[in-house]
Each structure stands twice: as C-alpha cells, then as structure tokens.
Design a binder for this molecule. Structure first.
Ligand SMILES: NC(=O)c1ccc[n+]([C@@H]2O[C@H](COP(=O)([O-])OP(=O)(O)OC[C@H]3O[C@@H](n4cnc5c(N)ncnc54)[C@H](OP(=O)(O)O)[C@@H]3O)[C@@H](O)[C@H]2O)c1
Length: 446
C-alpha cells in the first residue's frame, strides 16, 4: 500500500535535522512513501528544496512535495487537500500519515484541519497521526488534546512520539538489565546506593527561542525523555518484550514516583541579556526523586539537565553501595559504578577495584568498557529512522502510551509552577545543581 506522509512543520528544525535524513534512509531501504511538507516560510517547492541542508538525490526528490501552508489561512487547507488528492490519484489503497511537528498550542487547530482534509477525499483512505513531544503543555492540556485526537482517530491510529524510545541505548538498557544474570541480581535497593542522570547540552536555545521560550527545560526533556530513561532504569522485568507488557511495567514505575519536590530551575545568563531580561524560561533544572517500588524505594535518583554547559554529554551513573570501603575503613576502595554514556558516543563502563602493581593490597578503580560503535560498527540506525520505520510498519513498540504521558505530567506538575531561582554564567553548572547533591553529602560524578 502506498503511504503519504503529510508533514506539518515541514520547514522546522526537526524536519531538517532529523526527519529528512530518516526519510532518505528509509526510502533507500525500499519503503514506498511520498511526503507533502507544509510550512509558511517558502512560497514554492523550489525555494523549499533550495533551503534543505542536504540535497536529496533526484529519485528521492520525486517523492518530496511542498505546500505553503498557514493554519490561519483557509485557502491553505484547500491547497493541501488538492495536493493530497493529486497524489492519491485513482488509487484508494493509500494510507495518510499526518505528522504533527508543531508547538503544542497548534495541535488542536491542526487536528481540526486534518479532519477536513480526510472528508475532502473522494474515497476513504486509511490514516495515522503522529504527534511530537511534548504531548500537551501540562496535564490538563494533554488530556484535552487527547480527547480531540481520539474524536478523530482510534487509539491504534495514534502514535505519540518520544524519540528517546527509538535510541539504541534505551533498548539496550532493557537487554543489559534483563538478559544478564550478573546485572539482574544486583539491580535493586540492596546494592544500588544512588543514581545520577546527567544530560547536559553545550548549545543554548539558538534559533529555537520562539518555541523554547514557551516550553522550557521541564517540558522539553524532563516530562518525556528523562522520565522514560528512569522507567527503563527501574522497571521490573516485563513478562514479555511486547509493547503492552513493557508499557505496563513503565506505568508501575511512573505511578510509584511522587510529584517532584526537591528541584531547582535556572537560566543561562546570555539568554536573559540578549532579550533585555524579559525571558524567564528555565533552561536548566536539577532535582531528586524516588521510585517507591519494592526494588527501588530508598534509592535517590538525581537528575540534572539543560543548556549552555561546558560540555555536551548524556550519562547515567548507577553507583553501588561501598560496603567493603566501609568495612575496611579504606577510602581507596572506590564505589563500583555502571556508567552508561549515550552522548557523544555510546559506551557502557563498569568500574571495579583492581590491585595496583608493586603494592601490597592497594587498589585502583578500573573501567571495563563496551563501546557500541567498536563492537557493532557505526551503522546503527538513528532514533528517528527507527521510529519512522515502526510507524510505516504499524508497529507500536517504541511509543509511550497516553497513561504514561499523563503520569509523567502529574510528576512534573510542581516544577512547572516553580520559579527560576538562579541565573548561571554561560558554560557553567548552576550552583543550585551543585548544592542539591552537597546537601546529601554527595558530588556529581561528572
Ligand atoms: N528540533 C528538534 O530537534 C526536535 C527534537 C525532538 C522533538 N521535537 C519536536 O518537534 C516539534 C517541532 O519542533 P521544531 O524544532 O521543528 O520547531 P520549529 O523549528 O520552531 O518549527 C516549527 C514549525 O511550525 C510551523 N508553524 C508555526 N506556526 C505555524 C502556523 N500558524 N501554520 C503552519 N505552520 C506553522 C513552522 O513553519 P514556518 O517556520 O515555515 O512558519 C515550522 O515549520 C516540537 O513539538 C518539538 O518538541 C523537535
């Protein structure tokens, strides 16, 4: 069956950086789809193509259409409908995939317009809708958007994206935890002291200011990516690796998290300066939470994430209790850790204490390393390629359920109401993030 992707936000950052390369890879793999990209800023297809960051080959360009589209202009809708009709032609064995890559405040209008595009078709085509994260602006809007979505689409037709679920490391976390006996036995509150999740970006808001200003760091990454990472780190083993069973276990984790209380919000200095101090949007947050399940209660999970840091890195430190260090009262015996690095490259390290040569019993922590690219090569598909491929194949295994999204909003709600407490110098860690761990007698591992 032919598939037609109708790409809302087709001139945006996401399309240029992530979706276009994914579509090109999938076309090269033999998938049969066309794309109608929609955006306001270019009036013609030629102009749109001239501005693409990479020039697709002629074969791919034949699949790529552009329609100038402003949601507020009723004539736009007719242009989209007639382009869609033209691509459908006489065939009715067609599926429309509506991909909404817009800011959440435009969802409702987009869904209403999609309803009209569908009714304009001369035959009934099958359909799917893809909605980018963040799904909604808070719990109430997410629930309201869902009501609108489900009035037009069935649950099977709705794909809510959190592209982190398409990342190889997220899938690998489950394999590492559940397919290795030595890890399974120690992955709980008997052995784990605490967990640190550090997702730092070196860049600032840049040209996404208009979008980011309304969203801020919690909606951009915590409500979705970070909470999904926490579910993968702490969920119990699903009875099968099916979307339903995995989602069931993730939901148990999310329900066991109390609303976040110990949190700080900050913003980098040049953002405020450039905008005449009018921007109050938080660009950095740090917080502590607990997953109150039998296996994880009592294990603090510290998170810090945001923009304009000295180094872009995404790392998870799972730090184990240092019983031997305490028993022997020997500070040279270091805590064991499992360190999962996902950016700049994917590594998993396990630190173990080893004897230093030419000493009696002195030890040194040594890292045992798995580097994904060295072991499996560099051709692992990017997250968006995996996600879009699943959509084309109607496979719902890498998408959060609405219940997960609602729980995630519930957890972050207090932070959405919080005020920015601090301005931090560009490329430095906010002092409030440092204090968060100091107050518990700990330091960040990186
Ligand atoms: N950028 C990323 O790396 C990334 C990663 C993951 C998820 N996402 C998600 O993807 C979504 C889009 O993000 P983005 O970064 O691509 O945003 P963006 O660069 O700001 O692009 C926004 C898009 O919306 C279009 N638009 C705005 N108002 C419109 C209107 N009234 N009518 C029609 N189109 C309108 C813009 O068209 P014109 O500019 O042509 O007017 C543009 O194509 C967000 O939900 C974001 O969270 C983005």
């Amino acid at each position: 069956m032919k598939q037609i992707i109708i790409q809302f936000g087709g001139t945006g950052d996401l399309f240029k950086k992530k979706l276009l390369p994914a579509y090109m890879q999938l076309a090269a793999k033999g998938y049969n789809f066309s794309i109608i990209t929609l955006g306001r800023r270019f009036s013609t297809r030629e102009e749109f193509i001239a501005h693409l960051p990479q020039r697709p080959d002629q074969k791919f360009l034949k699949r790529l259409e552009y329609v100038q589209y402003d949601m507020k202009d009723p004539a736009s809708l007719e242009r989209v409908s007639s382009k869609a009709q033209q691509l459908v032609g006489d065939e009715c064995e067609v599926e429309f995939i509506y991909y909404i890559a817009l800011q959440p405040s435009l969802y409702e209008a987009a869904i209403r317009q999609i309803e009209q595009i569908n009714t304009h078709m001369h035959c009934t085509v099958s359909k799917k809708i893809i909605v980018e994260k963040p799904f909604g602006f808070d719990l109430d809007t997410a629930t309201a958007y869902n009501t609108i979505l489900t009035s037009v689409f069935t649950n099977e037709e709705i794909y809510r994206i959190d592209h982190y679920l398409g990342k190889e490391f997220m899938q690998n976390l489950l394999i590492m935890r559940f397919h290795n006996d030595i890890i399974r036995g120690i992955w709980n509150n008997h052995f784990i002291d605490h967990i640190q999740i550090i997702f730092d970006e070196d860049l600032g808001v840049e040209e996404r200011l208009g979008f980011y200003e309304q969203i801020g760091v919690v909606r951009d990454t915590v409500q979705n990516h970070i909470l999904q990472v926490i579910t993968h780190l702490t969920m119990s083993e699903p009875s099968a690796f099916t979307p339903e069973e995995i989602s069931h276990e993730k939901l148990r984790v999310l329900r066991a998290i109390k609303p976040v209380k110990d949190f700080t919000l900050s913003r980098y200095r040049s953002l405020a300066e450039l905008q005449g101090d009018s921007i109050r949007t938080p660009t950095y947050t740090s917080f502590k939470l607990f997953v109150d399940t039998f296996e994880f209660s009592g294990v603090p999970i510290y998170v810090r994430t945001g923009k304009m840091q000295s180094e872009g890195r995404s790392q998870i430190y799972v730090n184990f209790k240092n019983t031997m260090g305490r028993v022997l009262n020997n500070s040279r015996i270091a805590q064991n850790s499992v360190i999962i690095t996902t950016h700049p490259e994917m590594n998993i390290d396990i630190t173990l204490n080893m004897k230093m040569p030419n000493t009696r019993w002195e030890t040194q922590p040594v890292r045992f390393n798995f580097n994904h690219a060295e072991t499996f090569g560099i051709n692992t598909p990017e997250a968006y390629e995996q996600i879009v491929e699943k959509i084309l194949r109607s496979d719902k295994s890498l998408f959060p359920s609405m219940s997960e999204i609602q729980e995630a909003w519930r957890i972050v709600t207090p932070t959405l109401q919080g005020n920015v407490v601090e301005t931090y110098d560009d490329h430095t860690l906010p002092a409030s993030a440092v204090r968060l761990l100091e107050e518990d007698g700990r330091v960040w591992n990186a």
